[in-house]
Design a protein around this ligand. Structure first.
Ligand SMILES: CC(C)(COP(=O)(O)OP(=O)(O)OC[C@H]1O[C@@H](n2cnc3c(N)ncnc32)[C@H](O)[C@@H]1OP(=O)(O)O)[C@@H](O)C(=O)NCCC(=O)NCCS
Length: 146
């Protein structure tokens, strides 16, 4: 498994993975959005030996704070530390870019993701009522970079 920055040619595979990972209520990214983020933000992929995309992490490069916008691992590759590798890579790069703080939003019912973010030093700072299209609340989580 290799962690690398995404390229334009990855947009199609990323969109296919997105359809597996998220439902319409979760604001899934379109093919066009992936293409845009590859060129304007920070997007890392986990690529298998066979060239498949097993997971990705996307952070938005904003004026003040960075935002960890999306992250996911294909179900067949879960539980083997892949999201940890993607998190480590993207947070390290955000710190190198000089960001002091990274924010994210996560569904309150997404226990695995909340545990992952806590493990990487994020804490809940706010609850955002009915944030998602299906009415689910979100937690706003933040991490200060050292
Ligand atoms: C959340 C997600 C990215 C985790 O990916 P993963 O590669 O299986 O996670 P890892 O194996 O790297 O585990 C890293 C940490 O995540 C947490 N975690 C992962 N799966 C978990 C589970 N089923 N239950 C509780 N915690 C879990 C743990 O803290 C784990 O650390 P540990 O192994 O030391 O306990 C994956 O479940 C996923 O893609 N879910 C669907 C998309 C999604 O919800 N993305 C987040 C949107 S905000």
């Amino acid at each position: 498994m290799k962690i690398r920055q995404a390229l334009s040619c990855d947009a199609g595979k990323l969109h296919a993975l997105e359809e597996e990972l998220f439902s319409a209520a979760d604001f899934p990214l379109s093919h066009r959005s992936f293409y845009y983020h590859i060129h304007h933000n920070l997007l890392y992929v986990a690529e298998t030996e066979a060239g498949a995309i097993a997971g990705y992490a996307l952070a938005l490069i904003q004026r003040r704070d960075a935002k960890l916008y999306s992250l996911g691992v294909a179900s067949v590759h879960r539980g083997s530390g892949l999201s940890g590798l993607l998190m480590r890579q993207i947070l390290q790069q955000l710190a190198i870019l000089g960001f002091k703080r990274t924010l994210l939003e996560v569904r309150c019912d997404n226990t695995p993701a909340i545990a992952l973010y806590r493990k990487f030093g994020f804490s809940i700072t706010k609850k955002l009522d009915a944030f998602y299209r299906d009415g689910c609340d979100a937690y706003l989580m933040e991490k200060e970079h050292a």
